[in-house]
Design a protein around this ligand. Structure first.
Ligand code: B12
Length: 477
């Protein structure tokens, strides 16, 4: 626990920390290995968009901030602690995921050894606020952070009382307990939020070798917050309080224009849970993007039911405006499983049509499956694999189910077994089917052809990295 409330100080420099989500990698490997050996074969490192938004909010108040990304720099806890001291940091903010809570508390304790500065956390892992505060964080921010971070700064500068900072939990030094303040209303108009803070240099450091159809430098962007779906294994809809908000087309185009002319980007990865959602918005957006003649390529995530009924028209306008790759969150093709996770039994048929439709237009397709959902058996996984062999998406992923704390699935099963498959078998099946898919000569040739057509310069890199990773792949490690 934090021992004192470190108020009455000026906050001039803020450090946001993004740790690896793998605890062992985050704490122990960072101590043992240097970054070159550990990150050589990573397929990609994405910008931390949520933190870039926070940096922009602070910049508007003339507060300097910097993102320390462990995926790029591989700092050990002691190193980070010294950096905070050396760089005269006044406030440290960790981005929390359920999977890195322990690492955060380890880093917090290390930072506290050399620095008497406030340490806060926020992000999707904020639901673990008790653990974070008991682990040494002074405050935890719930939900979106652009307004809260400014109030937090004001609180440390004694301009606002801690009890009046909406949307946080904090350690009360008087009661020695954790207090939870009233929630903060979500920002009504997303267009009022400053664009994420990026620089040409920061963009160059990030890459995703799987996104082979798009050219670098690539930017991640979102056009909405929240998700209209309520999939039981996902935490996104809860995090965004079951509200879906979208930016105006003008606002998105303005951000793109700025990125094209000032950051010289060549492509965009839209990382909304489900991109666009409404056909009319999509149509207008794509038309405006095409008219601007930015010559950008882009990718996005869609639901199997996205633009059902108008799919052909939707994919065509997407393609015309530069869409090169669509990832579908398939999760399962078994109707019983889909029903159990609050998804529609119509999905497998619709997904099939979506994959065929996108491929016929020359758009690269990706299908992602989760192995281990309720009702999963060896047979259902085999059937998902058969579905892939039949529809032949360019890339296919079989990921083991990670039960996200506080998700609907977590509350329903409360630590009990979710399917008849043991964890080890789930890992084995994911490894086996991923390898089986890519080792099929017709599948491998199809991917290589697609790269050759869309981005031949990526061919050698993709082959070396991807084949290494598929060969070495073992989810159980
Ligand atoms: C795109 C995406 C990815 C992408 C890119 C992530 C990235 N680095 O940008 C990829 C595929 C790489 C990815 C990876 C992972 N993801 Co992800 N991802 C998302 C997704 C769909 C959007 C994230 C996003 O950009 N949101 C938009 C920005 C604006 O919001 P934000 O990041 O949450 O930030 C805001 C607030 O959270 C807050 N905030 C954030 N950090 C901090 C810190 C402080 C100090 C403060 C005050 C506030 C604050 O302020 C920000 C601005 O408002 C979300 C679902 C969703 N819609 O949120 C899942 C989601 C966040 N991911 C999730 C998970 C589990 C992961 C992985 C751990 C998966 C894994 N097992 O590897 C990794 C973690 C990797 C990492 N370190 O980033 C979960 C998190 C659940 C949880 N409780 O931990 C989510 C909610 C989806 C789900 N399955 O339920 N992800």
């Amino acid at each position: 626990m934090a021992k004192t409330m470190l108020r009455n100080r000026q906050i001039k420099r803020v450090a946001f920390i993004s740790l690896n989500i793998d605890e062992e990698q985050s704490i122990f490997s960072a101590l043992e290995y240097n970054s070159d050996t550990r990150f050589k074969n990573k397929l990609g490192v994405r910008p931390k968009l949520g933190l870039e938004y926070l940096c922009a909010a602070l910049k508007k108040q003339n507060i300097e901030s910097k993102i320390y990304d462990q995926e790029l720099a591989n700092f050990a806890p002691q190193e980070l602690s010294s950096l905070m001291q050396k760089n005269n940091i006044d406030l440290v903010g960790f981005q929390a995921f359920s999977l890195n809570i322990k690492s955060i508390t380890y880093f917090v304790q290390e930072i506290r050894k050399n620095n008497s500065i406030p340490i806060i956390a926020g992000g999707p892992g904020s639901c673990h606020y008790n653990e974070l505060i008991k682990g040494g964080c002074d405050m935890v921010c719930f939900g979106e952070g652009e307004e809260t971070i400014l109030d937090i700064v004001n609180c440390y500068e004694n301009k606002i009382h801690i009890e009046n900072v909406e949307g946080i939990a904090y350690y009360n030094i008087e009661t020695k307990g954790v207090e939870v303040n009233v929630p903060r209303a979500q920002i009504d108009n997303l267009d009022t939020i400053p664009f994420p803070l990026r620089t040409p240099e920061s963009i160059k450091k990030y890459y995703d070798d799987l996104l082979y159809p798009v050219r670098k430098p690539c930017l991640t962007m979102i056009v909405s917050r929240g998700c209209l779906y309520r999939c039981s294994y996902c935490y996104s809809h809860s995090f965004w309080m079951d509200v879906y908000r979208r930016r105006s087309i003008e606002n998105v185009i303005k951000e793109i224009r700025h990125a094209v002319y000032n950051l010289h980007i060549k492509s965009i990865e839209f990382i909304d849970d489900v991109f666009a959602v409404e056909f009319n918005w999509l149509k207008e957006f794509c038309e405006q993007l095409e008219n601007e003649k930015f010559n950008l390529s882009w990718s996005c995530y869609l639901h199997p039911l996205s633009f059902r009924g108008q799919r052909e028209e939707a994919f065509l306008i997407m393609k015309r405006s530069g869409c090169k790759m669509i990832s579908f969150g398939a999760q399962s093709c078994d109707i019983g499983i889909l029903r159990q996770v609050n998804r529609s039994p119509a999905e497998p048929e619709e997904l099939k049509k979506a994959i065929y439709c996108a491929k016929s237009m020359g758009i690269t397709t990706v299908a992602c499956f989760i192995v281990g959902l309720p009702g999963e058996t060896r047979d259902t996984v085999q059937r998902n694999f058969n579905f892939c062999l039949q529809t032949k998406p360019h890339l296919v992923f079989f990921n083991p189910l990670d039960v996200i704390p506080f998700s609907d699935l977590d509350s329903r099963y409360k630590g009990k077994a979710i399917s008849v498959l043991a964890q080890k078998e789930i890992f084995t099946l994911c490894t086996k089917y991923t390898k089986k898919y890519y080792f099929r000569p017709n599948i491998a040739v199809r991917i290589l052809k697609d790269i050759w057509v869309k981005n031949p310069l990526r061919l050698i890199k993709f082959i070396t990295k991807f084949s290494y990773l598929v060969r070495k792949m073992d989810y159980s490690r």
